[in-house]
Design a protein around this ligand. Structure first.
Ligand code: PLI
Length: 459
């Protein structure tokens, strides 16, 4: 029996990229010029970048070697076949269509399966996923368990579907109005929360009863599988790779943003088991993305992806990846900072409603808090609240989500434990000195996915 030891990275560092600290005076100007939107900051003005875990991973020496093996043929690139083989082997889906990133796959599946007037139930929305469902004529319906909307609930599987809610929707609208159920592993907007295999199995049984397919947003499936291994009875001794296969086998098709789990800077795919859906996707991909053997990706990127998929499902990798997130979360909890619990897998989510109770939601508490943290320490975070939730397509009013969060997203294999300490110190400082903060007013609002480019001014 091995003695228990602290988590540590299963690699050593071979190459470094300098980061620079700016002055507080500079940062006040940078964020004002960026309209108090962290998406509009220049990366050179950021010290530690926690905007996203998307496309920000450090690649391994093997992946960089793979980059040199790029076969940039327009058709039939060797790297496509390596990627296809990795998808089949580690995820188990029969057919693969590459796309430039996750939303490219979401676009294709939405156009193929959704008709005007359809309803698409899901375990909480994701911004791009829901928008593509709506653009195809569908209406998203949230069927996640209620615990997911409560940042203080310690329920271990906040990504679970409320099956009664779902069945009620099917009975009310009719199964023919529900093209598929949309299931994310993990649930990003809930705080990186996993769905359990038990719930997924029950969901499979229910959808089989009504002949409704399940489309799997598998962007962070290995992280979800790790949480199942850690928390779901019966899985403690199962390798993450086996749990990943078990999850995928319970679904019919999948959209993937390989910029997350799969450790590459760009890319994605749509995978499925149904030949007919595959034929439609192969046909559409040439319209919007590129030929069916590259779909908007360079050959070299498909090679790095094939290798990244393999690395992403190794227990040693995922244990350290999630271990680092849990380390930061543990520090913030110990300091009394209100965060979403349980701690998720890809980042820490600060509860902005609790940290800035003086602000009503239309003063954008999470947007404000992200700007304040940047000014304090140069740490860039992201709003996941009312700005991200957008407006109701029918009434034009803001959607008022229960969760008003700031996300500290941890890139994979990029930062050290000392970086985590600096982040925790800054968040604690802002939390303890937040009484005088007054909030923001929106002065520019784009029509789609407004959080990316909206601009604000201080109240
Ligand atoms: O950014 P894309 O187009 O490769 O993928 C879109 C996407 C789909 N599903 C989920 C769960 C995501 O998290 C996701 C992208 N997420 C981003 C960019 C993020 O910062 O979380």
């Amino acid at each position: 029996m091995e003695r228990t030891r602290s988590w540590a990275e299963p690699y050593k560092i071979k190459m470094v990229e300098p980061v620079f600290m700016t002055t507080q005076e500079d940062r006040e100007r940078f964020i004002r010029e960026a309209g108090y939107n962290t998406f509009l900051l220049r990366s050179r003005d950021v010290y530690i970048d926690l905007l996203t875990d998307s496309g920000t991973s450090a690649m391994s020496d093997r992946q960089w070697a793979g980059i040199m093996m790029g076969d940039e043929a327009y058709a039939g690139s060797e790297n496509f076949y390596h990627m296809e083989e990795a998808v089949r082997r580690y995820y188990g889906y029969k057919y693969v269509v590459p796309t430039h990133q996750g939303r490219g796959a979401e676009h294709l599946i939405s156009q193929i399966m959704i008709k005007k007037g359809d309803f698409v139930p899901g375990n909480m929305y994701f911004t791009t996923t829901r928008l593509h469902q709506e653009l195809a004529g569908g209406t998203f319906v949230d069927v996640i368990v209620d615990e997911a909307h409560d940042p203080e609930s310690n329920f271990p599987f906040k990504g679970n579907v409320n099956l009664e809610k779902l069945e009620q929707l099917i009975k009310e609208k009719g199964a023919d109005k529900i093209p598929y159920v949309s299931i994310a592993t993990t649930v990003n907007m809930a705080g990186g929360q996993p769905i359990s295999l038990g719930n997924l199995r029950e969901l499979r049984a229910l959808t089989n009863k009504y002949s409704i397919p399940i489309v799997h947003d598998m962007t962070r499936v290995a992280e979800n599988a790790f949480m199942i291994q850690q928390k779901e009875p019966g899985y403690a001794d199962k390798p993450v790779a086996e749990i990943v296969l078990e999850i995928c086998a319970l679904t019919d098709a999948a959209t993937m943003s390989s910029k997350k789990d799969a450790l590459v800077s760009i890319g994605g795919f749509l995978a499925m088991n149904d030949k007919e859906v595959f034929e439609k996707a192969r046909n559409l991909v040439v319209v919007y993305e590129g030929l069916h053997t590259y779909g908007g990706m360079a050959g070299r990127d498909m090679e790095a992806l094939a290798i990244g998929i393999t690395e992403s499902v190794q227990d040693s990798h995922i244990r350290a990846r999630v271990g680092q997130v849990q380390y930061l979360g543990g520090k913030l909890l110990a300091a009394g900072v209100p965060i979403v619990r349980p701690i998720g897998t890809h980042g820490i989510f600060l509860d902005a409603k609790k940290i800035l109770p003086q602000l009503t939601q239309d003063k954008f508490p999470a947007q404000t808090l992200a700007a304040e943290i940047y000014v304090d320490s140069g740490v860039r975070t992201m709003e996941r609240g009312i700005v991200s939730a957008g407006r109701n397509a029918e009434t034009g009013e803001h959607n008022y989500p229960k969760l008003e969060l700031v996300r500290l997203t941890i890139p994979r294999r990029v930062y050290t434990q000392a970086h985590m300490d600096v982040i925790a110190e800054s968040v604690q400082y802002v939390f303890e000195n937040s009484q005088a903060i007054r909030g923001l007013e929106m002065v520019h609002e784009p029509k789609y996915l407004r959080f990316f480019q909206a601009r604000f001014k201080k109240i």
